[in-house]
Design a protein around this ligand. Structure first.
Ligand code: G3P
Ligand code: CA
Length: 264
């Protein structure tokens, strides 16, 4: 089959920053990612009790600090008291949970951000619109991603000018029937979302058939959890729009060594 390779270069996205080395979803992690030449960073976001958007993966702080408090029921100043860096190494002692504005402030001019909405409430998306409208980041340097299809719909409705992708967690099964079932479910849901594309895991499951269906529907396609260079190269040769990885520098260097097509 003929794959449409007439497209822009593949973007390398740093998953929770350079999270292989620095504490995920923190300013040191995002700074390291840009130092490692990531094109975009990816971060996870929730709304606090006092209506601030903060960057943290889980709904509570247990995994990354020595206290367990629920993000949605805490104020920004309560969350700022926690050390979310030391678990990754003494050099990160004193690192705090950043607000989304703090994250925006360290993004270099030609770089961008994948904002993963973990907080599925409408008030989150409304607050996000307010912050994006006040920020200097260009719309094309922002992508919104979410697992919940309703959140994807909501985001596209409230922020139509921002590219929004549905996150799809593929079944980890080698059985062919499950693979085609997953593909059918993915395409059926996508048609109802009015979004700009998908961001999927399980790179080995992304094949020409899927890419063809997506391109025929004018949709972008992206993959996350890509840490093996052979997966990245296969995806780049299929014309993928972005690859999200924990180790941006290693990935970029390996791709450049092994691949004939361009990355950003
Ligand atoms: O880039 C998408 C990816 O971040 C989704 O999974 O659990 O790491 O947020 P998770
Ligand atoms: Ca994420």
């Amino acid at each position: 089959m003929q794959i449409n390779t007439n497209k822009k270069n593949t973007i390398i996205v740093a998953h929770r920053g350079a999270s292989y080395a620095a504490p995920e979803n923190t300013i040191p992690s995002f700074e390291l990612a840009f130092k490692e030449d990531a094109d975009f960073i990816e971060g996870d976001f929730w709304l606090t009790k006092d209506n601030e958007i903060v960057c943290i993966h889980d709904s509570n702080t247990k995994r990354v600090s020595n206290e367990k408090i629920k993000v949605q029921s805490s104020t920004l100043s309560e969350l700022k008291k926690l050390d979310v860096g030391i678990w990754k190494g003494d050099q990160y002692k004193g690192t705090t949970i950043p607000t989304i504005q703090e994250v925006f402030n360290i993004i270099p001019k030609n770089k961008g951000i994948y904002i993963e909405i973990k907080d599925d409430r409408k008030i989150f998306v409304e607050k996000l619109r307010e912050i994006i409208n006040q920020s200097k980041i260009q719309n094309e340097k922002i992508r919104i991603i979410a697992f919940n299809p309703n959140t994807v719909r909501l985001a596209k409705d409230i922020l139509p000018e921002i590219k929004t992708y549905w996150l799809f967690e593929w079944y980890f099964s080698k059985k062919k029937c499950l693979k085609s079932l997953a593909r059918r479910r993915l395409m059926q849901t996508l048609k109802t979302l009015n979004c700009d594309g998908i961001d999927v895991n399980a790179a080995p499951y992304i094949d020409e058939k899927l890419v063809k269906s997506l391109r025929e529907n004018n949709l972008d396609f992206c993959a996350y959890d890509v840490d093996k260079v052979e997966d990245a190269i296969r995806l780049i040769n299929l014309g993928i729009d972005s690859i999200t990885t924990n180790s941006p520098l290693k990935m970029k260097e390996e791709i450049k060594k092994n691949n004939s097509r361009n990355i950003a």
